[in-house]
Design a protein around this ligand. Sequence first.
Ligand code: 5RP
Length: 226
Amino acid sequence: MTQDELKAMVGRAALEYVEAGQVVGVGTGSTVNHFIDALASMKERIPGAVSSSEASTARLQALGIPVFDCNAVGEIAVYIDGADEIDPRGHMIKGGGAALTREKIVAAQSRRFVCIADDSKRVEVLGRFPLPVEVIPMAAQRIVRQFAALGGQAELRHKDGAPLVTDNGQHILDVRGLRIGDPLAFESTVNQWPGVVTVGVFAHQKAQICLLGTSQGVRTLRFDGA
Ligand code: 5RP
């Protein structure tokens, strides 16, 4: 099976976690795009979705799925999103699609995070994937130096020859060379640095369940007790 077929498989499998009559939280990325396409088949049974990016909003609306603002809904029953890495306790690196801030906001408002990923995303220790960090532009170079002091090499993400601008009007640093052995402590520390909007470690907002796409089928990993 190709990586895209694995992503499509877990995208469809996530429908099982969508609760009829409940607004669903929707993440961002190529795996989530498969989920959104599958969600269209049950759109009559849900009021709609809360979305974590302009890209996902456009896809949801094109399929006739209403999109609500976070502030217009209360607690969200379930949030479905992909990941760039996931460790054995459900901690993740996210933000490869630059949507990490809104992803963390919707995840924080949700009772349960169901991660959908192909099995290449599973790691023992977070840090192989360059860590995305959304930053206020005027703080970027100081934050680059703060990561250097931790042994990380941070670079400004570019798109079409210019610094990438997120849905929130900010920039993204991608940090290589980190080994994140204590994701909870790391997330708390970096979040305190002035100018950091969001660090792409999801440890405080970790997954409770991961649907992992493998060539043998969908494996369900549970992290509730971890
Ligand atoms: C976007 C994300 C995505 O969930 C992550 O990058 C995984 O993407 P994909 O499903 O395309 O592999 O965090 O900001």
